[in-house]
Design a binder for this molecule. Sequence first.
Ligand code: BGC
Length: 911
Amino acid sequence: MKTDPSKIRKQTILQFFLLCSLYTFSQSFRISETSCEHLYNPIGIDVSHPRLSWKIASDRRGFEQSAYQIKVSSEGEEVWNTGKVLSNNSLYLKYEGPKLESRKRYYWQVKVWNRENKVSRWSEKAFWEMGLLSKNDWSARWITSTIEEDTSMAEPPIMYRKTFELKKKVKRARAYVTSRGLYEASLNGEKIGDQLFTPGWTSYNNRLQYQTYDITDQLVQGTNVTGAILGDGWYRGNLLWEHKRNFYGKTLALLMELYIEYEDGSIAVVGTDNSWKTAVGPIRSSDIYNGEVYDARLENQALSTKNLDGPGWKGTIEMSGVKADIVGSMGVPVRVTETIKPVATIKTPKGEIVVDMGQNMVGSIRLKVKGAKGTRITLNHAEVLDKDGNFYTDNLRSAKQEVVYTLKGEGMEIYEPKFTFMGFRYVSIKGWTGDIPEDMITGLVIHSDYKSTGTFETSNPDLNQLQKNIEWGQRGNFLDVPTDCPQRDERLGWTGDAQVFARTAAYNGNVAAFFLKWLKDLALDQRENGAVPWVLPDVINNGRASAGWGDAAVIIPWDLYQIYGDIGFLEEQYKSMKAWIGYIRTVSGSDNLWNEGTHFGDWLFYSLSNDTSGKSAVTDKHLIAQCFYIYSTSLVLKTAKVLKKETDVADLTKLLATIKNAFLQEYLTPNGSLVSNTQTAYVLALHFDILPENLRRQAADRLVQGIKDYDNHITTGFLGTPYINLVLSRFGHHKEAYELLLQDTYPSWLYPVKMGATTIWERWDGIRTDGTFQDVGMNSFNHYAYGAIGDWMYGTIAGINADETSVGYKRSIIRPRPGGGLSYAKASYETVYGQIKVDWELKEGMFDLSVIIPSNTKATVFLPGAKMNTVMEGGKGLSKSKGISDIKEEGTNVSMTVKSGTYHFNYIYAQ
Ligand code: BGC
């Protein structure tokens, strides 16, 4: 039978279009990001069942995943394939294939189906690589130098090195490295990897992290030289204001193994042992607080010299008895994330030559200089100039923050300190009489390199500066552990500070892995009686625990569970969370009141010296303690419910009722006021749902009165500040919340902004209006705690919130609340499902709102000041809009459920 050729052509064209549309359809959604244990293509992890997550991008509304399939392969062979699994879950899917092997790299891909059973393409290949799962995988030995040291002071860091021959072609090579003290490892004269402050700060007596590096390209055929230089770091350098040295021990040590696979399949291992050599080199001293002294004239001793046994190279000895667990590093690496050029060079009234970086930053200076041999340049670092414009370092207390560099005088010299960091905006230069060319000083911004997840902008430039200050405060103080400050002789993992700031931090960056790491150390350093130390890792070691500080053990895991939807936070920490409640329970007497112990209270609240007016906003410390006892108990109760710990649920339910009751008996007057009539007292009692329903409104009114009493100023300290605006907004005092936020005279968030701050200050009045400084004993200009207002800014101004009933933003609540004269706000937040975007503008009586909701999630959207019949979405009436359901009008709010996708609302704004 003959077919009409034109018919065939038509058919072919039809088929082509069909294929094209099928193709286009399959392109309408795809896997846009994959991660493993909150990390991206990690190498050297040592979890036996890594958990895999993905994000889906779709250009259509209402994408819902109905199924997924994961496949995993290693060395070209498939090792696990889930087949098609009916599930809408895209987070933390556990690898359940055959046992994972040390050192192996596993590649994985995922594809997903939508509700119409259409499938995406496979995601791009991602991987994770296993570290060393068992102690026996290490053939390297711990070594230390035979060079004698006086450990009562900072001695020159010691270089360790080894030369070795490679005769064959290398296919793949890894370095596994850890140390007591900080290390910088190198191979053939180049630093290995780009991480700084390795192996990180952990509870060193319990666990030490090792890092894994791909060194394949750094090896050469023939002679190679490898090694590391060790700095005192947190292990034995100065810690605390008491100048404690050798906190973890006196002996620094190195454990390093190069594992080399040749192309012919054979293996070579170069591990630390007593054949390694050691010498001191150009770094003369190095200390986290005090800085570094470097003499470039001594560089001929350098680590990279291939000719080994030069003069001064001494032996090493192998060490036994390192008891700490050696674990794969799964936090967020510290790196240089940005370089900054100075904005000005100043000659101060005192005649100091000072370079202004334009930003209070954390890190160090790269010095680039050409000059005569022996010239000694001293760089000092300060956060501020005093009121006369002179260089000011008194607030650093004993931390020297000083870098001394002696030139070798051979052409252009470039130097970056290794084992120290400074908190500074200004750098004074001494010992240099030449010009200061533009590239002589470069600021290296150093911190844990978390992925940035948030953007926030409004029509108010001061607020935008506040947001910038919050971000910089976070960058400067997330340096492997969450620290209080980066400049004076502290820089410690203060629990209270971390607790109040964690939610804000999570808007600005993906801090899941960062906190998971720190919480592990929290649990390890927690006392047997459940007491949570003031700082973690615990180097204060006094056994004391305080309200609002120790509660970090509970509040942070709970908050992060909400934000990331990762039940691992709760599973891992539950024991520690429960132990904390157990501790409070033991120290509370039979009256069930936590009214003993050392408490910081509402740290740094508004207070006047020699106060005779009674205006200082003092909140009873034990009232605060009871509030936190209640709050933490309520969160552990919620956790017990999530984890289905039935006995604990029953026990904690009872406890919660008892301790709430004890609070009401002790701290509430018959007329419904609290015994401390402060903003913080009402804020805590309301935010933690302590007061009976019928007294809450009244208490909120008292709070408002308490703000008016101070002429619309905030008087809270560290503990009240994070919640004050949340409480005001929750109880209908939204206008007052904005007024408080936009207040710009002391005490307020914007006062420091008006004073030119580029970070968040420790105190509301670090610099007074007359330019003088607050108490020199404690006056940091980079302390993130008051930056906790960021949580309200994202959650209320932009309106981006997680819905507690459906964690990880599986369902979000988008509820922007305009006010404070703002004409627009735009913010975005990268959730674990993808990006939420909110962009609103109020113009000529019209409200415009664009919202993006990530695939595989839903949101409840509230339209402020809206009447249902005036709202248009994408040019249509609401009921005609695709993806929108459950539309309700309540007062001046219209709310609805929206599926994933992009929406544009527009309506007449009714106030
Ligand atoms: C730190 C704080 C910390 C506090 C305890 C200070 O020295 O810098 O931020 O929370 O001590 O009260």
